[in-house]
Design a protein around this ligand. Structure first.
Ligand SMILES: [Zn+2]
Length: 116
């Protein structure tokens, strides 16, 4: 099954490069919806995504901030920062809130690990 940008956003760890092997690897469109944990709902919910480019002056490279709002409760959301290198054909997350580890810990009913 081909990994698409939506799956990348939903499941990839920070700094893990997503490098799809398509001739046209990314057409510049972000998914309209991602399904990730909503902290307010305590469950996976659909989040409507608003992308904006926050850094980068060329088409070759840029950083995007994607804000997703929970479609169920409308009170909580998710934020991704994604670095896109068009020239080399990859993207990676530079940040995500809430963190993916926190989200999966919450799904298992565990507290997130304390940081030292
Ligand atoms: Zn919610």
């Amino acid at each position: 099954m081909a990994t698409d940008v939506r799956e990348f956003l939903e499941s990839y760890d920070l700094y893990t490069r997503f490098r799809p092997h398509h001739s046209v690897w990314w057409n510049g469109d972000w998914p309209q919806v991602v399904e990730v944990l909503c902290r307010a709902c305590g469950a996976k919910r659909s989040h409507r995504v608003w992308p904006s480019k926050v850094a980068g002056f060329t088409l070759d490279w840029g950083v995007y901030m994607l804000h997703g709002a929970c479609e169920h409760c409308g009170t909580d959301g998710v934020i991704f920062w994604v670095e896109v290198n068009q020239r080399e054909g990859w993207m990676q997350k530079a940040g995500q809130l809430p963190a993916l580890a926190e989200a999966s810990a919450q799904q298992r009913g565990l507290q997130p690990a304390r940081s030292a």
